[in-house]
Design a protein around this ligand. Structure first.
Ligand SMILES: [Zn+2]
Length: 486
């Protein structure tokens, strides 16, 4: 799986390198995005470009689909956006499971944060400072200046190219060769923020940070740590530094500005601690045994909530070791003590899923839905348990009740495809599987699913028309991407 993604990334990057000059005319042509006032790309176009970019990223990087992790990163991000200089601009935050220290902003307000960056932060304010900096790059429209090469391309091609540039920076093992070739061939195709951009993003990010009640002093502290790390790593400097070069003058400038804010202690949220504990398990840099020792050593340290976070981490290690009983004891105790801390209850539900205790899992996900009715992931999890216990019609009924705004969600399509598959309704199953593949950036696989659906001999007129329409749509996108090769 991972290898395939890498190959795909290599293919994409190589494909981009093959084009000395890009001149693509298509029916959907982006206007000039390179304008610093940012008035030339319409919000509607930006939305489409962003969605297309995110599909492309989804197919190339390991994005966390953990509902708790996603919920956390989105809520801290939205808190910062609400306190930014453009609080109404749409943003979407997500976590990339990678040990590399990086964060990046794409078009349409899509901001990716690597788990490596979260794990290397020593406080929530440090994490927030990088996020506030990225948000400022978006609200100040710096990113469009970096993507000038993508202007006048069709939307799918521009989105794929921007994604490829980010992947090349993100995954050095794939990208170093490719990236230097990009630099040599077409300097304007990389994301390099200018010194002025960086300073502006620091300055504006700092204000956002303070307004959102985080500690502004964390920004220079974290940047300094990253700079030290880069000296230590040498050639393998944190990716974040390649796109956002941190200089001593930036650090001292930020430190000077941060010092003007009154000092206040900002405690980390419990969500931050629990997210970090969970992400530790995705890191490839520590073994499970080392992690168990780490959590056990800290279990007697700090405040009750800090200790609870270490217990939670230990419980997750037990789940991984399939010691379900021990995990259950921990999570049950924690969820009793802190009934509104969702992570403990979801961990308990996951134990039930792992033990194939579908009745137990159903009960827990129902509880979660009642406590957190706005969280779509709990509805999806519940439906997936229904499917596991072969309650397919009931699952379909629930899917039809899903709020309209979540009906483009990949998980929605996947569950629909599974439900129809279980009910031996192959055409519908293929049709929704196609939508799932498309939503996750695998347009070729989507085309294959539509063709499979079309092989059915008893298609009615209505369904044939839908399939034909979708096939044309997917083919047009593929065509736009192929033009990158020419
Ligand atoms: Zn920057």
């Amino acid at each position: 799986m991972k290898l395939n993604k890498k190959l795909l990334a290599i293919a994409l990057v190589t494909l981009i390198l093959l084009i000395p000059s890009i001149n693509i005319a298509d029916d959907i042509v982006l206007p000039d995005m390179g304008d610093s006032t940012g008035t030339l790309i319409s919000p509607a176009q930006e939305k489409i470009l962003g969605e297309s970019f995110f599909r492309s990223i989804r197919s190339q990087l390991e994005i966390s689909y953990d509902p708790d992790v996603q919920n956390y990163i989105q809520s801290i991000g939205q808190n910062l956006v609400a306190n930014s200089d453009n609080p109404t601009q749409p943003f979407y935050f997500f976590v990339v499971e990678s040990d590399d220290i990086n964060a990046f902003a794409g078009p349409g307000g899509y901001i990716g944060i690597n788990s490596g960056l979260i794990l290397n932060s020593d406080s929530e304010s440090e994490l927030a400072s990088v996020m506030a900096h990225e948000i400022a790059h978006v609200t100040q429209r710096h990113i469009y200046r970096s993507y000038e090469a993508a202007s006048r391309m069709s939307i799918p091609a521009a989105a794929a190219m921007i994604a490829a540039i980010i992947v090349a920076t993100q995954a050095p093992e794939v990208g170093i060769g490719a990236l230097s070739a990009i630099q040599a061939g077409a300097l304007q195709m990389q994301i390099d923020f200018t010194r002025d951009n960086e300073q502006e993003a620091d300055r504006i990010g700092l204000k956002t940070l303070a307004r959102a009640k985080f500690d502004p002093r964390s920004m220079p502290t974290f940047f300094e740590k990253l700079q030290h790390a880069s000296r230590y790593y040498g050639a393998g400097a944190p990716e974040f530094l390649r796109t956002h070069p941190i200089t001593s003058s930036r650090i001292s400038d930020t430190r000077g500005r941060a010092a003007k804010y009154p000092y206040r202690q900002v405690p980390d949220s419990q969500d931050y601690r629990l997210t970090k504990a969970k992400l530790r398990l995705t890191s490839t840099q520590t073994t499970l045994n080392d992690l168990i020792i780490y959590f056990r050593n800290k279990i007697e340290q700090g405040t009750p909530k800090q200790r609870a976070a270490m217990q939670y981490g230990l419980g997750l290690c037990y789940v991984k070791q399939q010691k379900f009983q021990q995990a259950k004891v921990i999570f049950r105790q924690l969820s009793k003590q802190y009934p509104m801390q969702r992570q403990y209850l979801t961990a308990l539900a996951q134990v039930a899923v792992n033990k194939r205790d579908t009745e137990g899992a159903k009960k827990l996900y129902l509880q979660l839905q009642q406590k957190f009715p706005d969280d779509i992931d709990f509805q999806f999890e519940y439906i997936s348990i229904l499917l596991k216990s072969n309650q397919n019609q009931l699952a379909l009924q629930h899917l039809k009740l899903i709020d309209y705004k979540y009906q483009r969600h990949p998980q929605f399509f996947l569950l629909l495809a599974q439900a129809y598959g279980n009910l031996a309704q192959g055409v519908n199953s293929h049709r929704y599987m196609a939508e799932y593949h498309y939503a996750t950036g695998q347009t070729n696989a989507a085309i294959m699913q539509i063709k499979l659906a079309q092989q059915n001999k008893n298609l009615n007129f209505y369904l044939s028309a839908i399939l034909e329409d979708r096939l044309n749509f997917f083919m047009t996108e593929m065509q736009a991407l192929k033009e990158l090769q020419e």
